[in-house]
Design a protein around this ligand. Structure first.
Ligand SMILES: Cc1cc2nc3c(=O)[nH]c(=O)nc-3n(C[C@H](O)[C@H](O)[C@H](O)COP(=O)(O)O)c2cc1C
Length: 215
């Protein structure tokens, strides 16, 4: 949930980024392979550095009524090899109702300092009560776990704002991990000497197709 104190891990150490990545590094990306590697490093950095713009991502789902819904979520883990973002949420939340109906989701990040937008097209899978959820729960800080003990369910109408929940192991029954595996990454870099845009897509067999696009 919203609390940002959860311990987070980076699955692939090769994608670990330095504490800060100047915008110049992005401008310096010479070719499509560089652009992709830099993009992956930015997601890895989002997990490790709470000041990074990639610390939070905007996730769009489609409801059963076909209406799009978007919300901010904390990026908890990034597995570069699997092209997977791990997010935490409440099992009772509306976004999981959407994902159960339509697993396709979109993810958006805009890093204003780097003048960079990344958009992902992805498929979401929910984990609750399994090994993935348990490991994520055990890695979470008590203050983060407390969010899941809130009652009634998130989104319920109430007469007044409820008391802040206290850490409670019972919250685990409401805890879920959303694994977001992307098959398309679109990159847009704004630059005074000419904007640059690129798309990376992975076919079913994981074959990568990379191309520049007209910005
Ligand atoms: C900075 C920020 C970080 C947030 N992080 C999360 C998060 O990691 N998980 C989550 O479920 N909601 C998070 N939220 C709340 C969501 O944006 C959203 O309001 C809530 O999850 C309900 O969404 P839903 O009704 O679409 O399920 C965050 C909100 C903000 C402003």
């Amino acid at each position: 949930m919203i609390n940002d104190t959860t311990a987070t891990t980076v699955q692939n150490p090769q994608t670990d980024a330095p504490a800060s990545m100047p915008a110049d590094d992005i401008a310096d990306a010479q070719d499509l392979a560089d652009v992709l590697a830099t993009s992956f490093r930015l997601f890895a950095r989002g997990v490790a550095d709470r000041r990074s713009a990639f610390r939070t991502v905007t996730v769009a789902t489609v409801g059963a009524d076909a209406a799009p819904r978007i919300r901010t979520m904390v990026l908890r883990r990034f597995d570069a090899a699997a092209r997977c973002l791990m997010l935490h949420t409440d099992l009772r939340s509306g976004k999981l109702t959407d994902i159960a109906h339509t697993p396709r989701v979109a993810v958006h990040v805009y890093d204003a300092r780097a003048k960079l937008q990344i958009r992902l097209s992805a498929k979401a899978q929910m984990h609750a009560g399994d090994a993935v959820a348990r490991a994520a729960w055990l890695a979470s800080a008590p203050s983060s776990r407390a969010n899941y003990a809130i009652s009634p369910a998130p989104g319920s109408e109430v007469i007044e704002p409820p008391q802040a929940p206290v850490p409670d192991e019972a919250g685990y029954t409401n805890f879920a991990v959303i694994a977001v595996t992307f098959d398309t990454l679109e990159w847009l870099y704004l630059h005074h000497s000419g904007h640059r845009r690129a798309r990376f897509s992975w076919a079913d067999g994981n074959a990568l197709h990379s191309t520049w696009l007209v910005p």
